[in-house]
Every structure is written in structure tokens, then in C-alpha cells.
Design a protein around this ligand. Sequence first.
Ligand SMILES: [Zn+2]
Length: 139
Amino acid sequence: EGALGDKLYVGLFHPTAGPVNLYETRFASDKLRTLAMAENLVCPWPDCNVPADRCQVHHIDAHKHGGHTKPSNLTMLCKYHNGVNDDDGPRKKRKRPSPGKPKRGRMRRHRGKVRLHTPGGKLVGNTHHVSSMGAMNLI
Ligand SMILES: [Zn+2]
């Protein structure tokens, strides 16, 4: 610490894509968590009523599949719905089907809002009255 001086800045730049984010992390910062809670005051899974402050931060595009820890890829989900969300989604073919685990759909961001993409292909939002007071419903 201090050996390289106070005025040293380090960055990585891709020749055609530009600056590279070197701060990719698995877990959301307090700022990211607060943004996600402001957007969804309750778990956005349809008919769920678990308040955001009792939810977990969820990667809409799974981190294990390259989903980034950034505001547009994060939402709050209660522990139960975070567990049943189909992280592998319909886009990827599973190598082996998971017997006994019915597909429940997965969260997606559609036109800026977080929706459940059902196994039947519908996009469904949570109609809980508190859900309509989230940040994306106020703009
Ligand atoms: Zn839930």
C-alpha cells in the first residue's frame, strides 16, 4: 500500500469494446441492494407478498451463466421464489432433465420491468398493491 503512489490509476481497455469492468463481483453491494429494493418493494413473483427487506438479491440472468452484478440484472426475490426460479431458463437446453423439479418459470426484465416468464411463455407481474408503488411504476 502506498508503494505505487497516490496518483496511479489502473484500467483495462479492450481494443474495440472500450473500458473493461474489473469490479465484477458475485454479491450485490449495499447500493445495488437498495436500488433493487426501491424497484420492487415486494418480491416481484406474481401473488407473492414478502417485503423486499426480507428478500434476497437475485441475478435475472444467472451469475453462473455470465449474468453481471449490475442494477439492470438484479431484482429482489423471496427465498422461496429465488429457489424455484429456473436459472437455466428456456434458452439453454439442459444436459439432463431434473426429475421431480417442475419448471416454474424465471424472472426476466421486459420493457424495464421485472416479470415472471412462465413456462407457457407469458410475462406476468405481481399485482400486489404494494408492488405498484415501486420505482419503475412511479416514472
Ligand atoms: Zn416470493
